[in-house]
Design a binder for this molecule. Structure first.
Ligand SMILES: *[C@@H]1O[C@H](CO)[C@@H](O)[C@H](O)[C@H]1NC(C)=O
Ligand SMILES: *[C@@H]1O[C@H](CO)[C@@H](O)[C@H](O)[C@H]1NC(C)=O
Length: 344
């Protein structure tokens, strides 16, 4: 065999390998559609509890109501203040003594209209007590929250959606999950999706800019997390959608990781979720069935492997829709809740 032939065969083999490892195109299925939805078009804050049950905001189309998505749609909590607008939600593991007291669940919720993070505690009879948990003069319009279980820290994104975004229209805050002490860590363009890697060494944060009322940039940054203090350093570009696929005008919204550290990113306006490996390469694109304005997502179900994606319905944007897709590995939040609940 001539060397040049061998070369062509090698090239063919390499391109085949490249092709076969390329991104997958997947399709989500509708779970809640406009005709049976009890959620409004501003549905947000998909979140999971220890039982794999799913929640979201904008139940009854009210920004101050949280509803259950599963086992069936129902009202979960109404804010004590109707000035509330709930957005990102995270349930956290209960302590041993909370379990002994019969407490059912504890969650942190971003409340942008009142510039604070609220805490809700559900007792054994299903009564929920709400309090203001993280609030200081630096925190404005909190958008989403992520949680680091090892050192009990809440990471908070924020966005002031101005026509011409400037540094300071968003940022990153850290709030102690035990004391509620809050510190601003970064001042940025408007920030939205925020998530922690399963080994809790990496924080992902999205940042977007507007110019003349148009969205012109969407990026995901990654930071190293200091295991002791929870503070972040080493801001590094993870994905720039302009360079990746020219979709810099499509907003990044909620982001979640699975237990292997893959990052699931909603694109609000494209009806799509893009899945990245921890190295930043695209693993798959998930096309949504009933949603274009995709706001958030979370893994739930009894094994934590069902990805629930929420957003305004494609055919009626006054209603909130939910799509699902089965994954082969569970989400990070569900797995952490399962393994840590009642342990310390
Ligand atoms: C958002 O930005 C506008 C324009 O700069 C400013 O007037 C407003 O006070 C900001 N809102 C908040 C909550 O920071
Ligand atoms: C921790 O997770 C990040 C992101 O998933 C990954 O890049 C890194 O290699 C992991 N570190 C270790 C020590 O496993």
């Amino acid at each position: 065999m001539k060397l040049s032939n061998l070369n062509s065969i090698l090239i063919l083999a390499v391109s085949f390998l490249k092709f076969s490892s390329a991104q997958k195109n997947l399709d989500a299925s509708p779970l809640i559609i406009s005709s049976n939805s009890e959620f409004g078009g501003a549905i947000e804050g998909a979140s999971v509890d220890v039982n794999g049950e799913m929640f979201a905001t904008n139940f009854d189309a009210k920004s101050f109501e949280i509803g259950r998505i599963t086992p069936s749609q129902s009202l979960y909590h109404t804010s004590t203040s109707i000035g509330t607008s709930f957005n990102g939600i995270r349930f956290i593991p209960l302590t041993k003594s909370q379990v002994e007291q019969g407490i059912k669940s504890v969650a942190f919720l971003a409340n942008p209209k009142e510039n604070q993070i609220a805490k809700i505690v559900e007792d054994k009879d299903g009564n929920i007590v709400q309090s203001v948990f993280c609030k200081d003069k630096t925190l404005f319009l909190p958008n989403d929250v992520a949680f680091s279980y090892d050192n009990s820290k809440i990471y908070i994104s924020a966005q002031n959606f101005t026509d011409d975004t400037v540094i300071g229209d968003g940022g990153l805050w850290i709030c102690d999950g035990k004391s509620g002490e809050i510190i601003q860590l970064e001042s940025l363009g408007r920030t939205n999706g925020v998530e922690v890697s399963p080994n809790e060494t990496t924080l992902y944060l999205s940042e977007a800019f507007n110019k003349g009322g148009k969205v012109i940039s969407n990026k995901i940054w990654k930071f190293n997390i200091d295991k002791g203090t929870g503070k972040v350093s080493n801001q590094e570009l993870f994905v720039d959608f302009e360079k990746l696929d020219g979709t810099q005008a499509v907003d990044i919204d909620g982001m979640r990781t699975d237990i292997d550290g893959n990052l699931y990113v909603t694109r609000n306006g494209e009806g799509q979720v893009v899945v990245f490996s921890p190295k930043g390469s695209i693993l798959s694109r998930i096309k949504l069935s009933s949603i274009i304005k995709t706001t958030n997502l979370e893994f739930g179900g009894k094994d934590g492997k069902t990805l629930f994606i929420v957003g305004a319905c494609k055919d009626d944007d006054t209603k909130g829709c939910v799509d699902t897709i089965q994954n082969d590995i569970p989400g990070r939040a569900f797995s952490a809740l399962k393994s840590l609940n009642g342990k310390s």
